[in-house]
Design a protein around this ligand. Sequence first.
Ligand code: 3HC
Length: 272
Amino acid sequence: MAAGIVEVFAKSGLDVVYVGRSADKVEGVRATIEKSLDKAIQRGKLEEATKAEVLGRLTGTTSLDDLANVDLVVEAIAEDLRIKTTLFENLDEICKPGAIPATTTSSLPVISLAKATNRPQDVIGMHFFNPAPIMKLVEVVSTVATAEDVAETVRALCDKVGKVAVSCGDRAGFIVNALLFPYLNDAVKMLEAHYATADDIDTAMKQGCALPMGPFELLDVVGNDVSLAIQRELYLEFREPGFAPAPLLEHLVTAGYLGRKTQRGFRDYSQR
Ligand code: 3HC
């Protein structure tokens, strides 16, 4: 997700400083972006000459201090409130006044991160969708403390980088995940109940509802760990018994079968 978001901004002509946890991670992001740009060229979506320009706008670093002069930070680290809170405390110290700290969280309350800073009026959610370079939507999430001009700036930025922004409140799941994840969770329960196979459920939803991916294909792209975190937050916030995560989803995460990123999720990708 992080590499995809860096690509989106750089492709739109913006200079991007991105921070990774290690030199390897920093190089990995660049390699991922390069691969995606090559794919875009193959698909006729990007000129070959533009690739070098896009890569030239990237500055990779392992130091948060290099964010001192940026106008906007898009945080895309682990979905863990403690880790994110510490980062927002650090960003508040490092970033210049007026810089906007945005989070891509898909499940945590944005207000908790805003409260970790001395600029809660500037903290906002920018929820991108997988795969970020292709999916057009960004949910712009305002907390009770977000200033309207900050939300306006972020919506205008989304427009500038070719995304479609929708505005929503700081509730678990925002708009899309609040509607999507109960469906994905139900698909896992259906599989667990031996109601139908994963292949047949995927085929049914693709052919019956014209969806680009079936629920298990999508879960393996999003990641079962991320999906479980979202489902848990929905359950915690809305207390709907049906929102309780399907046990099979919990077990796959415990087993480390997180989806494509670990070569195995609902399906095995090691030979593909
Ligand atoms: N750069 C630019 N464009 C690219 C590209 C790249 N690297 N790779 C592909 N594309 C373009 C293609 O040219 C094509 O464009 P076109 O329709 O104008 O010709 C389009 O993207 C689709 O590409 P492909 O034909 O290669 O791929 P598919 O047709 O198999 O579609 C997909 C891939 C877009 C991922 C599609 O399967 C899809 O929409 N899946 C569902 C994704 C989804 O639902 N995401 C949301 C998940 S929920 C989430 O993210 C929330 C979070 O909180 C967890």
